[in-house]
Design a binder for this molecule. Structure first.
Ligand SMILES: Nc1ncnc2c1ncn2[C@@H]1O[C@H](COP(=O)(O)OP(=O)(O)OP(=O)(O)O)[C@@H](O)[C@H]1O
Length: 703
C-alpha cells in the first residue's frame, strides 16, 4: 500500500515573506512545480503560492516586484507523509504541502502524482490478485445476479470440464452441474461444505453471495478436490479399525501380553496379565518391567536377556510357586535394525499340564477299553472262549492283546494245557495280520527231517523224486506261524529260524534261491529257554531274537478263581454237545477245588467230558469225581471185553488206535502220550500218521 511520503517531491525550494512574486514564478518554473509553500520566519507554513492563484488575481495589476505573500492562499490542505494514497486521492486541491510527524514541511505533492501513483498501485494489486486467483489450488467460480459466469480460475476448469474462454459470459447452468450457486444468489444465504462428485473426483464447495451496497450482485463458489483427502480419510478409518481390532485381540488374548519399550518401560498390557500374575494389570502401564522382578513375580528380567541375545528368549517361571509359566520375549526392530520394543508373551502352562495329564489318563483308559473290546471281539469271532476271572490271567490276556498290535516275536512259557495256543491265537486274530493264515507246528512231534520239510518246505528234485512242498513259513505269508515246543527244535534248524527272524528270508531245501517271507512268529515252550541256552541246547542268538516279548501263562493251580467258572463252562459245553443236563454235586465242586490239576485246563476239559458222558446220574456225585480225578476207577485195560473172535491183527489195530486216541486226548502232545503209553514218541508219531492216512479227516478232528 503506497503512502504519500513515497509519492511526494522532497522540498527543494520554499518562499518567505521577503520573496517577490517574480522570485516565486522563477522558482516555480525552475523547480517545475505548480506551486510552492510560503513559510514564516520560524519556518512554519503560512500557505501556498500556486500558478493558479497568480492567474486568478489577474495580470493587469501584476508587477514582478509585488510580494509573493500577496498571492498566498491559506485554503490548503497539508497531507501527512504516512497517509495512504487511497485516502487522499479524491481530495479537491491540485497541490498539497506534505508534513512529517513533527508537523514540519518535508515536500509537496500534486493531485496528478497522487492519482497516477494510486492507479499504478491498483493495477499492481489487480495483477497480484489475478495471479493469486489463477494459481489458487481451490477452484473459484463467480457468477453475477443473472447467473452468468464472470470469473473462473484454472483450478475450476477441471471440475467444470470447460476452460475460462468457454465459460466466462455463459450461463452457469450450461457449464456446471450442480447449480447451487444460483440458489445462493437467489437466497443470499451462504452454503458451506456441500459435497458433489464429478466423475471419480469428489469436491467440497463453499458458496457465498457477493454483496455490494447491501445488495446481492452475484455469488462465488470455492471448491476443493477432496478425493485425495477422502482416500487418506478412508485409509485413516481402516488404520483406526485395524487399531481397534488389534486392541480387541490383545485384550481378549488368553495369554498375557506385555509390550515394553527398549528401556523396559511397560507401554501396554492386557487383562490376562492380571489374571495370570494376580496383579492389577492397568497399574503396570508406565512402570518399568523391572518392578515385577523386584516384587518377585519373575525371577529373571527377560528384557535384559532379549537385549543381550538380540533375539527371541523363552523362559520357564514359577511365580510364587503357584503357576508354571512360559515367558517368551520377542524383540521388535526399527528401520535401523535396532530393538525398539519388546513383546512379552506369558503362557500359563498349569492348565495345559493338567489337561495333558487328563488326556494321557483318558488315552490310557481308551487304550484299555479298546484292547478289551478287541479281546472280546476276537474271542467271539474265533469261537475261542478263553475263560478268566483271575487277575493274573487277565493280566496275561491284557498283555497279549497289547502285543497283538505290534509285530514283534512272542514266546509263550507255561506248562502243558495252560492255554498257550489259545493265547497265540488271541494275539494273531487281534493283530493286523488277522486276515492272514495262522499255522501251528509242533517242533517236538516230528523227526528232524520231516520237521525241516514242514518248516521250510522242499524243492522239486528229479534225482530223489521230490515233487516240491511249501513249508509253513511260506504258507503263512502275511500271517502267523505258531511254533509249539520250540525248545525241542534241533540246533541245525534253529539257525535257519534265526535267519527268518533277522533277514525275513528262507532258503528252500534243494533250491538255490532265497525267498523272502513275511510272517510273524509266536513260539511256545514248557522249559525256560534261558536254561537251554546255558546247556547249549538252544542258540543264544536265536533266544535273543525270539524272546522279544516273553509271556508266562500261569498254571491252573495258581489261579484258583478260574476253577469253578471253568468247570461250569466245560459242563455246559458238554451238556450241549451231548444233549444232556448233568450237574455236579456241591461236594464234587469241592473236589475240583482241591485237585492240583497237573494237566491244567486240557486235563479239566477231558475229565469233565468223561464225567458227563460216563455218569448215569443227573447229579454227578463227589464219589464219581473222586474216582476219575485220582484214577481209582478200573483200569481201562482190565475192562477190555471180547465180544467174539476176530482176526488178532484187526483186534490189535483197533485197540492200538483207541489207546492212541485216548492218550492224545488226555495228554495233548505226542511226548506225553508216549510217556503214558510207555513207548517212544516216534512210535506215537508214526502210528498217528498211519491213522491219519487211514481216516484223515476223522483222526485230525479228534486229535
Ligand atoms: N482260559 C481258558 N478258558 C477256556 N478254555 C481254555 C482256556 N485256556 C485253555 N483252554 C483250553 O484248554 C485246552 C488246552 O489249551 P492249549 O492247547 O492252548 O494249551 P497249551 O498251553 O498250548 O498246551 P500244550 O503246551 O500242551 O500244547 C484247549 O482246549 C483250550 O481251548
Amino acid at each position: 500500500m503506497l503512502r504519500v511520503g513515497q509519492v511526494m517531491s522532497r522540498l527543494s525550494a520554499c518562499l518567505y515573506s521577503y520573496h517577490t512574486i517574480g522570485d516565486a514564478l522563477t522558482l516555480i518554473r525552475d523547480k517545475k512545480v505548480t506551486g510552492l509553500p510560503l513559510l514564516n520566519d520560524k519556518g512554519r507554513l503560512l500557505g501556498m503560492v500556486t500558478k493558479e492563484q497568480i492567474f486568478e488575481k489577474g495580470l493587469e495589476k501584476f508587477k514582478a516586484e509585488n510580494k509573493a505573500v500577496d498571492y498566498l492562499t491559506t485554503s490548503f490542505l497539508p497531507l501527512k507523509e504516512d497517509a495512504l494514497l487511497e485516502d487522499v486521492k479524491d481530495l479537491p486541491f491540485d497541490i498539497y504541502p506534505v508534513l512529517n510527524n513533527q508537523e514540519e514541511i518535508t515536500g509537496v505533492v500534486n493531485k496528478y502524482s497522487l492519482v497516477q501513483a494510486y492507479l499504478q498501485q491498483v493495477q499492481l494489486r489487480s495483477q497480484e490478485l489475478e495471479a493469486v486467483f489463477d494459481s489458487a489450488h481451490n477452484g473459484i467460480l463467480a457468477i453475477n445476479k443473472q447467473g452468468i459466469i464472470t470469473s473462473i480460475n484454472p483450478a475450476a476448469e477441471r471440475p467444470t470440464r470447460s476452460n475460462k474462454k468457454e465459460a466466462v459470459g455463459r450461463f452457469l447452468n450450461d457449464i456446471i452441474i450442480p447449480t447451487g450457486l444460483l440458489d445462493v444468489v437467489r437466497s443470499g444465504i451462504p452454503e458451506f461444505g456441500a459435497k458433489f462428485q464429478v466423475g471419480r473426483r469428489l469436491y467440497i464447495s463453499n458458496r457465498t453471495p457477493i454483496v455490494k451496497d447491501g445488495e446481492v450482485v452475484g455469488a462465488v463458489g470455492v471448491f476443493q478436490d477432496v478425493s485425495e483427502i477422502e482416500k487418506v480419510l478412508q485409509e485413516l478409518r481402516s488404520v483406526k479399525q485395524l487399531n481397534e481390532e488389534l486392541q480387541t485381540i490383545i485384550a481378549s488374548s488368553y495369554d498375557g501380553l506385555i509390550i515394553c519399550d527398549r528401556q523396559g518401560e511397560i507401554l501396554r498390557c492386557n487383562p490376562a496379565v492380571g489374571r495370570i500374575l494376580e496383579v492389577s494389570w492397568a497399574d503396570l502401564v508406565g512402570r518399568p518391567f523391572k518392578d515385577l522382578v523386584d516384587r518377585g513375580v519373575f525371577q529373571n528380567n527377560i528384557i535384559h536377556l532379549v537385549k543381550k541375545q538380540a533375539g527371541l528368549v523363552s523362559l520357564l517361571e514359577r511365580p510364587f510357586a503357584k503357576h508354571t509359566l512360559v515367558i517368551t520375549g520377542n524383540p521388535v526392530y526399527g528401520d535401523e535394525g535396532e530393538i525398539v520394543k519388546i513383546v512379552i508373551n506369558i503362557r500359563d502352562m498349569s492348565e495345559l499340564l493338567f489337561l495333558r495329564e487328563a488326556l494321557e489318563e483318558s488315552r490310557q483308559l481308551s487304550e484299555k477299553y479298546q484292547s478289551l473290546i478287541a479281546q472280546m471281539r476276537n474271542n467271539h469271532e474265533n469261537g475261542n472262549e478263553l475263560r478268566s476271572c483271575s487277575v493274573i490271567m487277565n493280566n496275561v490276556m491284557d498283555l497279549a492283546t497289547r502285543v497283538s498290535q505290534v509285530d514283534s516275536p512272542v514266546v509263550l512259557i507255561g506248562e502243558q494245557g495252560v492255554g498257550k495256543e489259545d493265547i497265540a491265537k488271541l494275539i494273531h486274530f487281534n493283530s493286523k495280520r488277522s486276515k492272514g493264515p495262522f499255522f501251528k507246528l509242533n517242533c517236538g512231534s516230528l523227526p528232524n527231517h520231516l520237521l525241516e520239510i514242514e518248516l521250510f518246505g522242499q524243492g522239486i528234485s528229479a534225482d530223489n523224486g521230490n515233487t516240491g512242498k511249501a513249508g509253513v513259513f511260506q504258507l503263512a505269508e502275511k500271517g502267523c506261524v505258531y511254533l509249539e515246543e520250540v525248545d525241542k527244535m534241533p540246533l541245525n534248524l534253529q539257525s535257519r529260524l534265526l535267519r527268518i527272524l533277522q533277514d525275513k528270508t528262507i532258503r528252500i531245501p534243494g533250491e538255490r534261491e532265497i525267498v523272502s517271507v513275511d510272517v510273524r512268529i509266536i513260539a511256545s515252550t514248557i522249559r525256560p529257554l534261558k536254561d537251554l541256552v546255558e546247556k547249549c541246547l538252544f542258540r543264544a542268538d536265536l533266544y535273543f531274537s525270539l524272546n522279544v516279548v516273553p509271556i508266562k501263562v500261569p498254571v491252573l493251580r495258581e489261579r484258583k478263581e478260574d476253577l469253578i467258572p471253568l468247570v461250569h463252562f466245560y459242563l455246559e459245553k458238554n451238556n450241549k454237545r451231548h444233549g444232556l443236563e448233568k450237574v455236579f454235586s456241591p461236594k464234587a465242586f469241592q473236589l475240583f477245588l482241591n485237585y492240583p490239576w497237573p494237566g491244567n485246563i486240557r486235563e479239566m476239559a477231558n475229565l469233565i467230558e468223561r464225567l458227563v458222558v460216563t455218569s448215569n446220574q443227573k447229579i454227578i456225585s463227589a464219589r464219581e469225581v473222586d474216582l476219575v480225578l485220582y484214577q481209582k476207577e478200573q483200569s481201562p485195560l482190565s475192562s477190555v471185553t471180547v465180544a467174539g473172535v476176530i482176526p488178532l491183527r484187526k483186534a490189535i489195530d483197533e485197540l492200538e488206535e483207541k489207546l492212541i486216541r485216548l492218550a492224545m486226548k488226555q495228554y495233548g502232545t505226542t511226548v506225553r502220550a508216549a510217556e503214558a503209553l510207555e513207548v517212544n514218541q516216534s512210535t506215537v508219531v508214526r502210528k498217528l500218521k498211519k491213522l491219519k492216512t487211514m481216516r484223515e479227516d476223522d483222526a485230525l478232528s479228534d486229535i
